[in-house]
Write a protein of this length. Structure first.
Length: 408
């Protein structure tokens, strides 16, 4: 049992606020993006700085408290919150610093990608940053970081240059290619298994305007569109990204009324090459089949990044399933057509991302079991276990897609 005097001492040593179940805003503070998640932590520490994060780790370790780490709170499985433990809430650690000469941006662990886009776009630059601007930088990055710029610039982890990390023993370290390189390797896809990341430094790319947006097709055209898409994307220039989706058209502007609440298939495009070549690049795409809706055109990169924010507000109940495939067979297309016609609600959807890479841990839903985690990491799993043994041998950080240390 936690003693009240221990909590009082902990509270006094924090610059940020400590929230308990007796506080009026406790229920609000424990909410995460997925409205299906209802967990009740014993304490929520809103960290004002790195010192607060260190104090949190030490307090939890000394008092044998379960710890969850929250950045943007978007994890669909609710891994940014826990029952009866301590939530290390990084959301107040929100700052950005762009170095235009070095083409880098350093961001606090509580930033969202909207914060990053706002800072970098002023300098005419960008880094891969998901597809919803309210997503937290921390969770997306540590699990991979797929986005509109992935085919041109890679995942978020491919653009990560360094990270500031509070380890399970309370020590603060920097992880990069030159310092703690094993930890740096593990952070890039290993999730929250290795520490509390309080800052990230990313490389930036000279991307300002892009040519993108959604193209929607009739559901009856799905098989044709998918077969065409599976041939187009592997051969497309890296400047061109597009993810396939099934969706129900929202009943609101800018969508035309005759399409409202209609089930459709489509591709959300993002071309990040020279703008003068955009029309030429899209000519064969438009020649393939006239879409029922074509919202593709020039727009600022943050505009595409935040285009769907209003459709996915916090508090909706989410359940995700995902897998990694190497090919889109005719049989798979038939199954997509079969289920695409049965979307039960306006928010039900399917996305297919061309990441040209390895399996993606961010799309696992909550606790899918140890074997699923092992299969996701594949040949990298044993090396991740060895690094876990070194940096977190007691599995202090385990509210995640857990990589168990050998003795656990």
């Amino acid at each position: 049992m936690l003693k009240e005097n221990a909590i009082a001492d902990f509270k006094a040593n924090l610059r940020g606020r400590l929230i308990e179940p007796i506080d009026k805003d406790y229920d609000e503070a424990r909410q995460v993006y997925n409205g299906m998640i209802h967990k009740k932590p014993r304490l929520i520490a809103r960290c004002a700085d790195v010192a607060d994060a260190i104090n949190c780790v030490n307090f939890a370790r000394e008092n044998d408290l379960l710890v969850a780490i929250r950045s943007g709170g978007h994890n669909a499985g609710g891994l940014g919150i826990c029952d009866d433990g301590l939530v290390i809430d990084l959301s107040p650690i929100k700052y950005t610093r762009v170095d235009p000469a070095a083409r880098t941006v350093t961001v606090g662990g509580g930033c969202t990608w909207g914060d990053v886009d706002h800072a970098t776009h002023a300098f005419g630059m960008a880094t891969p940053s998901g597809i919803i601007s309210t997503t937290g930088v921390g969770g997306l990055t540590l699990g991979g970081g797929v986005g509109h710029l992935t085919r041109k610039c890679g995942l978020s982890i491919d653009n990560l240059l360094s990270a500031d990390v509070v380890l399970a023993d309370g020590n603060f370290v920097k992880a990069s290619a030159d310092e703690n390189s094993d930890l740096f390797w593990a952070l890039r896809g290993g999730g929250g298994n290795f520490g509390v990341v309080t800052a990230f430094t990313f490389k930036l790319h000279p991307i300002d305007m892009i040519y993108g947006g959604p193209m929607l097709y009739e559901l009856s055209e799905t098989a044709d569109v998918m077969k065409w898409y599976r041939e187009l994307i592997p051969a497309a220039p890296d400047d061109l990204n597009g993810f396939f989706a099934f969706l129900t058209v929202p009943p609101a502007p800018p969508f035309p009324e005759h399409l409202h609440m209609k089930k459709m298939c489509g591709i959300v495009w993002a071309y990040a090459g020279p703008q003068e070549k955009a029309e030429e690049t899209f000519k064969p795409i438009r020649d393939f089949k006239k879409p029922a809706l074509d919202f593709v055109g020039p727009l600022p990169q943050p505009a595409l990044q935040s285009m769907f924010d209003a459709l996915y507000p916090p508090g909706l109940q989410w359940y995700w399933r995902a897998d990694f495939v190497n090919e889109l067979s005719d049989d798979a297309i038939k199954q997509h057509v079969r289920f695409g016609e049965k979307l039960p609600t306006m928010h039900s959807t399917m996305h297919m991302y061309p990441i040209d890479g390895a399996a993606y841990v961010n799309f696992l839903m909550g606790d899918e079991g140890e074997e699923r985690v092992k299969k996701t990491y594949g040949d990298n799993y044993q090396r991740l276990v060895e690094i876990k043994n070194k940096y977190d041998p007691d599995n202090f950080f385990r509210v995640n897609q857990n990589i168990k240390p050998s003795k656990s």
